[in-house]
Design a protein around this ligand. Structure first.
Ligand code: MLC
Ligand code: AMP
Length: 498
């Protein structure tokens, strides 16, 4: 491994005298800093026994169990590259990820998960927090730390390769913006196979030295309990805040618990102003938003102490950000910061990923020779640098519940059904999910369309349940222009077309 430049550890070592402070809580178990360090050392020994060396790729089924965060932290500390796997991954997507990433080992916290990959080398993870802790060897270097799969408009998801330096630089910038320190307790109920829950929630807590109270399955009650037990920061997607607001309307204890947090952070999709206001009215706290992508990590963040609903904040310290026009030329003069002129967000800096695994073509399409990454997100900017996200270039990218879904992959899965002639998938506005996936399906036989449940289950089983259509509408034909190209916008009700 190269230890380019800095000799700083990715996660700080346990300071004598602080070993008894809580580090990780999940499902009723708390590991202190000392015991967590021991558990990571025991886990690393298991990896070594399994023949794994620093630099190897290890996939982790992200089951809702304490073993999962321990394995993901252990991989990072030991220097292996984690490939997190959504436990609900459908067969087609799982085959793709495994053949693309070629992990040397798969770590599973349950027999269920282990049984899904019978032909692979599987390590059944346990949490053994006994014995001594070896000093954390992983340095902040340019070697890969994570491969995170993320959807595009078409085709199978791509593996974004993030280095230890990408992650460390971004987390240090966020710690500065949010005054995030070892005296904080973060709580979140996010899955550990995406940036939000994994990089910010899990790795961020370790890097800041704070306590993480992970709630493996979201419910307003469990988040309320974690806050009431002393969590100071909450990370959540807008759908969760929407549901928290609904619940807090009839649950004053939940409202008080939310109001007691130091910082409520929303991200992964835009938080509607309506939900901003509801939370503020119910709790007295204003949510701060931050905006990011798997490939770039977090680009902007509203700082602690300066809430600004409707804006995702100025760039995170260390991130260069500018708005560009259709030709990727920077907006100039007033247009660059009049809070009116819309441009595409481009970012540059140490948090931008190293590239897509096995896809130099796709990497070149999003990052230019000067290191600028083009996000596809459309935004305005104020004179003091606050960014407001107003849309996305590609209508074929859907954000539902904070998950990114490519319309093309869902259409492909629908077309696997023998009774489907054509399919077009759109994200329609939804109060709870932000966007809900709606499939417009042309059946082969209009008199005998396939059962909706079969289509929905088919997508869930091939891709992943969160990619399933929430609604299926049968139509006679897809609208096309004179060239025969499908015009999805004509499937929308008039007011949603722009
Ligand atoms: C329901 N289920 C089905 C099903 N219907 N399974 C198969 N077929 C069907 N037809 C199952 C689901 O698998 C799930 O099981 C359970 O029922 C509930 O599913 P759901 O209805 O889809 O979940 P929902 O309640 O809508 O979830 C809402 C949510 C979730 C907010 C909890 O959307 C969520 O966790 N979002 C977080 C997304 C996130 O982390 N994004 C970060 C991306 S990183 P089971 O067993 O699975 O519960 C990024 C960068 C950045 O964007 O800036 O952060
Ligand atoms: P993903 O590929 O899952 O990492 O999703 C990244 C996308 O999520 C971005 O390109 C944005 O479109 C969207 N996103 C993330 N955070 C926000 C936010 N705070 N407001 C609006 N959109 C967001």
């Amino acid at each position: 491994m190269t230890a380019a430049g800095s000799a700083q550890a990715l996660f700080p070592a346990v300071v004598p005298g602080e070993a008894e402070r809580p580090a990780l809580t999940a499902l009723g178990t708390t590991l202190t800093r000392g015991r967590l360090a021991a558990a990571l050392s025991r886990y690393a020994e298991c990896l070594e026994t399994a023949g794994i060396r620093p630099g190897d790729r290890v996939a982790v089924w992200t089951d809702r169990a304490l073993e999962t965060p321990v394995a993901l932290l252990g991989n990072a500390a030991f220097g292996v590259v984690s490939v997190p796997l959504n436990p609900s991954l459908g067969t087609r997507e799982l085959d793709h990820v495994l053949s693309d990433a070629q992990p040397k080992l798969i770590v599973a916290a349950s027999d269920d998960a282990a049984s899904r990959t019978p032909d692979a080398d599987v390590l059944r993870a346990t949490v053994d927090a006994t014995g001594d802790a070896a000093p954390a060897p992983r340095l902040v270097d340019d070697d890969p730390l994570l491969i995170l799969y993320t959807s595009g408009t078409t085709g199978a998801p791509k593996g974004a390769v993030l280095s230890a330096r990408n992650v460390a630089a971004n987390l240090d910038g966020l710690a500065e913006a949010w005054d995030w320190s070892a005296s904080d307790t973060v709580t979140h109920a996010l899955p550990l196979f995406h940036v939000h829950g994994l990089v910010l929630g899990l790795y961020g807590s370790r890097r800041a030295g704070s306590h993480l109270h992970w709630v493996p399955r979201f419910s307003p009650e469990k988040i309320g309990a974690a806050l009431a037990a002393g969590a100071t920061m909450l990370f959540a997607v807008p759908t969760m805040y929407h549901r928290l607001a609904d619940a807090a309307e009839t649950d004053p204890a939940l409202a008080a618990a939310l109001g007691g947090a130091r910082l409520l952070v929303s991200g992964s999709a835009g938080l509607p102003l309506r939900d901003h206001r509801r939370i503020e009215e119910l709790t007295g706290k204003t949510i701060v938003e931050r905006y990011g992508l798997t490939e770039t990590l977090i680009n902007t963040a509203v700082p602690h102490g300066a809430p600004r609903p409707g804006y995702v904040g100025p760039p995170v310290p260390g991130v260069e950000l500018r708005l560009v026009d259709d030709d990727r030329s920077p907006l100039e003069g007033d247009a660059a910061h009049d809070d009116r002129t819309i441009g595409e967000v481009a970012v540059r800096g140490p948090s931008v990923f190293t590239g897509y695994l096995n896809r130099p073509d796709a990497t070149a399409a999003v990052r230019d020779d000067d290191g600028w990454f083009y996000t596809g997100d459309l935004a305005t900017m104020t004179t003091d640098g606050a960014v407001r996200i107003v849309g996305r270039r590609a209508t074929d990218l859907i954000k539902t519940g904070g998950f990114k879904v490519g319309a093309g992959e869902v259409e492909g899965a629908l077309l696997e059904d023998a009774d489907v002639a054509e399919a077009a998938v759109l994200g329609l506005p939804d109060d709870d999910l932000g966007q809900r996936i709606v499939a417009f399906v042309v059946p082969r036989d209009a008199a005998a369309p396939p059962p909706v449940a079969r289509l929905v289950e088919g997508v869930a089983a091939a891709l992943s349940p969160h990619k399933r259509p929430r609604e299926v509408r049968f139509i006679d034909s897809l609208p096309r222009n004179a060239m025969g190209k499908v015009q999805k916008k004509r499937l929308l009700p008039e007011p949603s077309r722009d």
